[in-house]
Design a protein around this ligand. Structure first.
Ligand SMILES: NC(=O)c1ccc[n+]([C@@H]2O[C@H](COP(=O)([O-])OP(=O)(O)OC[C@H]3O[C@@H](n4cnc5c(N)ncnc54)[C@H](O)[C@@H]3O)[C@@H](O)[C@H]2O)c1
Length: 365
């Protein structure tokens, strides 16, 4: 009797159809809540889809999402997408989410069908993708992931809300994001971004370590360009304790060489030490990116996001390029008017060239 009712309740409330679900945490609690919270204003809840949810970053990110660290106290209708082969793992993740008894978790839908999982989503976090295998050419990786992101872009275009915001994490993140944005044509290009916040956080952390100060004392570093080893971590506009980073650190050789190289190659450093790629820090960066996009950046501060290039700083239009941005109300603005010296221009040119070449490869496939 109870299970029949709960089945009826969940289908009626969420229209899940045949998908695996029922992750309403504490059913008695939820049944009571259904009269007050579950049927509350749409404003109070948010539909979030995470792709690659059976993977490592998904596993580390979900607890951050469900403890309100991205969207505050909004209730979350969670959709978890992964490939059919990962179904059992996804079920395990769902079991653990139930056991987490997260008060913000309103419902869970799991599966491998984008057209179902993207239905009416407000936010889509694209962590799932095909990993680079030994001996694989970059062009092959671009082609395989390009096909994944074309398919997902078509589904997003058809069934997601037109206001849906997308964050692409899966590599090659910038170009995957470009393919997604170009395919989901009915959604504004402003709604798409790729993750370079991990690189941004790495840069802040390295400066804080060098300066011997706390993380919050370092402001306004910039990651320009691609989430790859050609990215340009730029300290020229940043401060430590209110003083220019270059003046505070007073070590040009370090800032122009070892610092840049360390941030560019940090992923490899983690991989070599951990025998596994960056996961905890990547999930934390996903949280930071979504939080700041949604709630806004602090006054006088900017962060790095890879977004649709509009010609700013001489970067050709139509790339997903990491820029300094300010955010408010789930919108971003590229910071304008920064003075770019010759050293920086050359670094920005190199990463731009790489993105143009990725775009050419991806779109010629
Ligand atoms: N942008 C960044 O800063 C950054 C940082 C770290 C990792 N990454 C990238 O994030 C991605 C995920 O990393 P991870 O450690 O979680 O990898 P992972 O291999 O643990 O998980 C990836 C998941 O994606 C799933 N997947 C594959 N194809 C899919 C598809 N078509 N639809 C849905 N799901 C699909 C896989 O089944 C797997 O569960 C990788 O591409 C990685 O290179 C990006």
């Amino acid at each position: 009797m109870f299970s029949k009712f709960s089945q009826y309740f969940t289908k009626k409330t969420f229209g899940y159809g045949s998908l695996s679900l029922l992750s309403l945490v504490g059913i008695n609690h939820q049944l009571q809540k259904s009269k007050t919270t579950v049927y509350s204003k749409e404003n109070d809840e948010i539909n979030v889809c995470v792709t690659g949810a059976a993977g490592q970053i998904g596993y580390a990110f979900l607890p951050l999402l469900l403890t309100g660290q991205c969207f505050g106290d909004k209730k979350i209708n969670l959709r978890l997408l992964d490939v059919p082969q990962a179904e059992s793992i996804l079920q395990g993740v769902e079991l653990e989410l139930q056991d987490g008894a997260y008060p913000l978790l309103k419902s869970i839908k799991t599966g491998s069908n984008e057209s179902i999982l993207f239905q009416d989503v407000d936010v889509a976090v694209f962590i799932g993708g095909f990993p680079r295998k030994p001996g694989m050419e970059r062009k092959d990786l671009l082609t395989i992931n390009g096909n994944i992101f074309k398919k997902q872009g078509q589904a997003l275009d058809t069934v997601a809300k037109k206001t849906c915001k997308s964050l692409v994490v899966a590599n090659p993140a910038n170009t995957n994001c470009l393919i997604l944005a170009e395919t989901a044509k009915s959604i504004p290009k402003q709604n798409f971004s790729a993750l370079t916040r991990l690189d941004h956080n790495r840069a802040i952390s390295q400066i804080a370590l060098k300066a011997g100060c706390s993380i919050t004392d370092v402001k306004n570093v910039i990651i320009w360009g691609n989430h790859s080893t050609t990215q340009y971590p730029d300290v020229n506009h940043g401060t430590v304790l209110g003083k220019r980073i270059r003046q505070f650190i007073n070590d040009e050789a370090y800032l122009n060489n070892a610092f840049i190289e360390r941030v560019q190659k940090r992923g490899g450093e983690v991989l070599a030490a951990r025998k596994n790629s960056s996961v905890m820090s990547a999930a934390n960066a996903v949280k930071d990116h979504l939080h700041d996009w949604y709630f806004g950046t602090k006054s006088g501060e900017f962060v790095s996001m890879a977004v649709y290039s509009d010609g700013s700083y001489g970067v050709p239009k139509g790339l997903i390029f990491s820029y300094p941005v300010t955010c408010s109300n789930f919108n971003y603005k590229i910071v304008q008017g920064l003075n770019i010296d010759e050293f920086s221009k050359e670094k920005i040119r190199i990463t731009t060239e790489e993105l143009l070449s990725e775009k050419a490869d991806a779109f010629s496939a």
